[in-house]
Write a protein that binds this ligand. Sequence first.
Ligand code: FAD
Length: 538
Amino acid sequence: MIRLTEIKLPLNHAPEDLTSAITTKLKISAEQIATFVMFKRGYDARNKRNIQLIYTLDITLSDNTLTDKLLSQFESDQHVKVTPDTSYKYVGEAPADLTERPIVIGFGPCGLLAGLTLAQMGFKPIIIERGNEVRQRTKDTFGFWRQRKLNTESNVQFGEGGAGTFSDGKLYSQVKDPNHYGRKVMTEFVRAGAPDEILFVSKPHIGTYKLVSMVEKMRAEIIELGGEIRFGTRVDDIHITDNQITGVTLNNGEKLDSNHVVLAVGHSARDTFQMIYDKGIYVEAKPFSIGFRIEHKQSTIDQARFGDNAGNEILGAADYKLVHHCKNGRSVYSFCMCPGGTVVAATSEENRVVTNGMSQYSRNERNANSAIVVGIDPARDYPNHPLAGIDLQRELESLAFELGGRDYNAPAQTIGDFLKGKPDSQLGDVKPSFTPGITLTDLSKALPDFAVEAIREAIPAFNKKIQGFGSDDGLLTGVETRTSSPISIKRNKEFQSINTKGLFPAGEGAGYAGGILSAGIDGIKVAEAVAKSILKLD
Ligand code: FAD
């Protein structure tokens, strides 16, 4: 097959224009094309009056010799290449008499893909997840949003499916992926019920409700292949003998033996981080970001990005990605943008307030939201201890709880009043989506001065890129502190902790992923590393 990249056509082109684009590019006739498939479709909306769709197409020609001829004819053209083989190949298979079972701690996207890949290779993993199975977890999470009743073990952060289950379900990442692991993640998601389009649109998303049923299907496959998943069960201790992991203790006191343990606990498992630090596992403080969620009407963003094409079905609800380097040396950027979504309460600890964002597949809620955050780092902002970033997160989340009125309302302020430094405000046109509720207050008290100063400089700069971004009516809600893990658990090229053999730190919590897709990719890589270690390959 031949892969053509960077095929550009106008937004409202006719379907047959794709065939014409192929014949023009390859200088062949339509009869010489046996079939073609769309591998990717993105868009370029920099000029909103002339939005272009950008395709990657895989073409099968009616005559194989023509394929070879064209590939050599276009040898120097980087947009005409042979279609790469992106199918997944397992690194090995567990022998039937294998007695050791690998343990996977955490059933977020990383633990899920690690567990699934291990199960598919015959390793029958035991997966331990502190939160509840996804249907019960949904009730627990909505219980907090509607009735202010927090279950500290089953919430937005903890439970089957991990942190991204109640999310926008964005499935793109900037990680380099030369071995096409991302394709396996997407293929598994489609097998579990995700829409086929996630395989070809450039910025796929699935939204919350689809994720819930997909996670259940993937769980069923793991169990069918001999794996085991224990919900409502937390790993409270790990056993190490002569720098080799030998097993774990669960919160019910049960001990499980294994020389291969995947640690995929996400960025909010603060008690688990403390436990592994106390055990002497090598941990470093890592940069992360702090800030607010910002909300605008989705129509403001659609208009600014797409102009007269706002509402186009292919484009969907508009997103954005913004960055501004401030005079005080800090950088402010948008993160986890959720078109047509809601701001959600995302704490896993009592008496703390944390924001995040989610949406449904349709992305048709009235507001757009994203985190507007300032990068911070250990050397400047939380020196002296590997876990000091967690202390800072807790301090800011507790302060937000106080500012919100101590009832899980989040502190909020209109953009206009925040920029003017005017403490008490009234809501304008943008209605808050955060539940259980917001308390209007002075948000400049919610973050360190340098962060407030940086965000006050960045919003007007962003307004130059997205008209209306800095409008008085927009709303800020605080605080956003769980943008990524505050620690990194260092691993070697065999994916094992640098000082504890058999422990495989993985996913976002260990500092190796920053989203659903990258966490899933890391899960597959770690599953391969576990398999190679057990099978003594390489
Ligand atoms: P997690 O998903 O955090 O999973 C870790 C799991 O480990 C949890 O289920 C936890 O309960 C369990 N656990 C922790 N400690 C223990 C223990 N001691 N014993 C047993 N189990 C334990 N990313 C995107 O790419 N797109 C998005 O649209 C998106 N939206 C998001 C929206 C929200 C509201 C949130 C909170 C996150 C969002 N993210 C999004 C980020 C994404 O969810 C994470 O990057 C991803 O889930 C990380 O995967 P993980 O498997 O490494 O960790």
